[in-house]
Design a protein around this ligand. Structure first.
Ligand SMILES: Cc1ncc(COP(=O)(O)O)c(C=O)c1O
Length: 166
């Protein structure tokens, strides 16, 4: 049996034993499954004392890079920081419009507004919940016009090179 099947099996045993319904967020079950590993990792960090940019950060970034096929990875303290970092790297600023998926967490639009730009929501596809390309095209033409890079609204729309950041 593969590792993920083992994990699912372990989880269903714990849920059965507790005679519970499945909760949306179940940190107690997660703790039962991963607690020992997490405790050992925290103890390791407390022992070497390098709390900022320690060896665990390099390992995480390396593993994430391999998983995503990315050459460079920068880990962040939060999802909001990650979103803000990408927007800053793309020089998003006051007056810009950033097209955001309508099905997302509040932080997606919050990071845009934090930089003084305006979040503009576009629809998502019903099966994948990713941005609908037609709705995106409509959003772009409403913001900047089909031909120009700066239309009636006077805003520029930043392209993030097709990379999804949320
Ligand atoms: C899709 C999505 N983006 C961004 C965030 C923000 O992450 P954080 O709370 O770590 O800032 C969340 C948090 O739940 C999220 O679900």
């Amino acid at each position: 049996m593969c590792a993920s099947a083992n994990r699912i099996e372990g989880m269903s045993e714990i849920i059965k034993a507790r005679n519970d319904s499945i909760r949306f967020i179940d940190l107690r079950t997660q703790r039962q499954l991963l607690g020992a590993k997490i405790d050992a990792a925290v103890a390791r960090v407390l022992e070497h004392g390098q709390f900022i940019l320690g060896p665990e950060v390099s390992v995480l970034e390396g593993d994430l890079g391999s998983f995503c096929g990315a050459k460079e990875v920068i880990s962040c303290s939060s999802g909001t920081d990650a979103l803000s970092l990408v927007l800053k790297a793309k020089n998003v600023k006051t007056g810009d419009a950033v097209l955001c998926p309508s099905f997302t967490f509040a932080a997606t639009a919050e990071a845009v507004a934090w930089l003084g730009a305006t979040p503009v929501f576009v629809d998502v596809l019903p099966h994948t919940f990713n941005i609908c390309p037609r709705s995106l095209a409509l959003g772009i033409s409403q913001e900047v016009g089909p031909q120009s890079s700066c239309g009636d609204t006077g805003r520029s729309v930043r392209a993030t090179g097709g990379l999804r950041c949320d």
